[in-house]
Design a protein around this ligand. Structure first.
Ligand code: AMP
Ligand code: MG
Length: 622
């Protein structure tokens, strides 16, 4: 008996009571619906498939299989679905699976069939054993289609229990080891929990770490959690080539042409046939003309002839080599070249050598630089698909902050973070929503977060996440979504709030950066930057370089330290970095003097003069 003898039936005819009376099979799951999942898993196991459903019949029919409603009225339960299936079954056997069991075993039908045969039974039913408890799963069964009259008699007599008619037939129990495969999804919560397509939760991401202490989190762990938690914004737009500068490619760009499009010369010289070259005597060739840029040579040089050619000129037919002009003597209408100055094939660029038609010129996820604009232009590409710009809302928090233009009251400071953040976001190419200064007041903060969430993909705040201030911030952020507060093993910039908040069906990733002006930049560069780029669809890990430290640096192992540095050429021409003045986390001036950050990693201790260290250069020539 092979699968040709088996039909599959998906039981989707229930009322979905515990789901809130929705049609369970049509609930979104893993990018499609639960029923589609079950269908896909059962399909390879059987000859034909059908669905038993009592609502939304057209939607089920769109799966491309027959849809059979109950014959027995009033939702008597899965047994009515089984009856409907048996009545229409064209094969010897029918196997059933419920529409809410997306993990069902890939060998369900085969195992049940083997069990049925071995016991010479009428029906085989799946059984699992979990924690010593034996559980029968009557909705996962394989039975003879000929049992229809027995089942109908039971239903007509008012019987409703799925296994209530087992007394009248021979039943084989087949034990499956993987109890999880029979798990069904009954409530919206279970659905959300188990949906493989749902966005990850911080708790899930964090559980992948071998140890996790939010109050002493290593930099690398924080970076990893953030990287795994954020998801790219998928919207794409088509822009004119120039407008693509600095944007992220949303698709591979396939070259429509060969580059170069013809075999051409790499030198100013003479195109010739390699087979004319004499190995041990001077070669004399007749000069029959000149090829001009942008035109093919009309005419075909014969053996013993050559053509004057310029760099980039199209190789005349039959010619495969170019001798540079400095290697030849021109004698009237001939040239003479010494033996061995070139080999056949030299100085010729082959069509498609840079790029073959049909191959990927640029990969999706690349941030478009000037060279890429040029490359795209060389392919004749006028428009490119790019990711839509990321919308980032940002604000500063603190009662002591004054905006430029306001008088600086006693004890107040001008809000500088909003300008630093503006600059860093602008450099990343984000669309910005500057929300100003928000007072240290729960209502104001909540309102600002809600507004930001409804209008932006990401939110950057500064201030208010350090221990003293955090209490109500914590409560508000936790209420609005999935946000965690960390103390990171780093200096400067220990506190960081990170997560995702929701409001009115919109959500945004949140980076609550510390308030100190230097800490804010360090936290942005080392945590927010890569995450924002990821959200933009770009893969751009931090470009750390190695440089020699000009002087000794004191450093405690066990935390990451970021020091402001000036990178320059040392006396021997090699890159050398020295630390700039005072490193206090409020001292923005030394940040402004610096052109890089020296990154001293967790495990590192004191640095000796001459040791190599990692640096992050602020400006990149791109
Ligand atoms: P906080 O994290 O709110 O406790 O702030 C830490 C320190 O950073 C305090 O001295 C604040 O005055 C300062 N600070 C916070 N936000 C800003 C800002 N936007 N501009 C300048 N300094 C700030
Ligand atoms: Mg503050």
């Amino acid at each position: 008996m092979n699968k040709d003898a088996i039909s599959g039936l998906i039981l989707a005819g229930g009322r979905g009571t515990r789901m809130g009376h929705v049609d369970k099979g049509l609930q979104a799951f893993g990018g499609t619906t639960m029923a589609a999942h079950v269908l896909a898993r059962l399909e390879p196991q059987v000859a034909t498939l059908a669905i038993n459903a009592n609502r939304n019949l057209d939607t089920y029919a769109a799966f491309g299989v027959p849809v059979w409603p109950d014959d027995t009225p009033d939702f008597p339960g899965p047994l009515a679905g089984l009856q409907a299936g048996l009545r229409r079954c064209a094969t010897t056997y029918l196997v059933t699976a419920p529409c809410d069991s997306p993990f069902l075993p890939a060998d369900l039908a085969a195992r049940l069939r083997a069990g049925l045969q071995a016991a010479d039974a009428d029906l085989a039913v799946a059984v699992t054993e979990e924690d010593g408890r034996r559980q029968v799963h009557p909705v996962f069964c394989l039975l003879k289609a000929s049992l229809e009259p027995v089942l109908s008699a039971y239903l007509d007599g008012g019987g409703r229990r799925m296994d209530g008619w087992y007394g009248q037939i021979k039943v084989a129990e087949v034990v499956f080891d993987d109890a999880d495969a029979f798990r069904n999804i009954n409530t919206p919560d279970e659905l959300a929990q188990l949906d493989p397509a749902r966005p990850p939760r911080l708790a899930d991401v964090v559980s992948c770490l071998s140890s996790y202490d939010p109050d002493a989190l290593p930099v690398r762990d924080a970076q990893r959690i953030i990287r795994e938690f954020v998801t790219p914004v998928r919207a794409v737009e088509q822009v004119a080539l120039r407008a693509a500068l600095g944007r992220v490619l949303a698709a591979d760009i396939i070259s429509p042409i060969n580059v170069p499009s013809h075999d051409n010369s790499a030198m100013d010289g003479y195109a010739l046939r390699g087979s004319d070259l004499l190995p041990d005597a001077p070669t004399r060739l007749d000069l029959i003309g000149t090829t001009y840029a942008g035109r093919a040579f009309d005419g075909a040089p014969q053996p013993g002839q050559c053509v004057r050619i310029m760099t980039g000129g199209v190789m005349p037919a039959g010619c495969d080599s170019v001798v540079p002009q400095e290697f030849v003597q021109v004698e009237g209408e001939s040239i003479v070249l010494a033996p061995g100055v070139i080999r056949p094939g030299d100085n010729r660029r082959l069509a498609g050598e840079d790029l073959k038609a049909g191959s990927a010129a640029l990969a999706r996820g690349k941030v478009v630089r000037p060279a890429d604009l040029g490359l795209l232009a060389s392919l004749g590409v006028a428009e490119v698909p790019v990711q839509r710009r990321l919308r980032v809302a940002f604000f500063s928090t603190g009662d002591e902050l004054r905006s430029i233009g306001q008088p600086l009251d006693e004890g107040c400071v001008y809000d500088s973070n909003r300008y630093t953040i503006y600059g860093m976001l602008q450099r990343l190419g984000c669309d910005l929503i500057d929300m100003g200064v928000v007072r240290d007041d729960p209502q104001a903060l909540e309102q600002a977060l809600v507004d930001a969430c409804e209008n932006a993909d990401a939110i950057i705040t500064s201030g208010g996440v350090s221990v003293g201030a955090a209490d109500y911030t914590r409560q508000i952020m936790a209420r609005l979504g999935d946000v965690t507060f960390w103390k990171i093993g780093m200096r400067p910039g220990r506190p960081l709030a990170f997560g995702r908040i929701h409001s009115n069906g919109r959500s945004a990733f949140l980076f609550g950066l510390p308030g100190n002006p230097v800490a804010v930049m360090v936290s942005f560069y080392f945590f927010a930057r890569e995450a924002l780029l990821r959200m933009m669809g770009a893969e751009a890990p931090l470009p750390l370089l190695r440089a020699r430290s000009a002087a000794a640096i004191r450093k405690k192992p066990g935390r990451t330290e970021y020091q402001r540095g000036i990178l320059a050429r040392g006396a021997d021409g090699q890159p050398e970095v020295r630390i700039t003045g005072a490193q206090g986390s409020g001292i923005l001036r030394s940040m402004s003097e610096a052109n890089c950050m020296v990154v001293l990693h967790d495990e590192q201790g004191n640095v000796q003069a001459g040791d190599m260290v990692d640096v992050l250069v602020f400006e990149g020539l791109v």
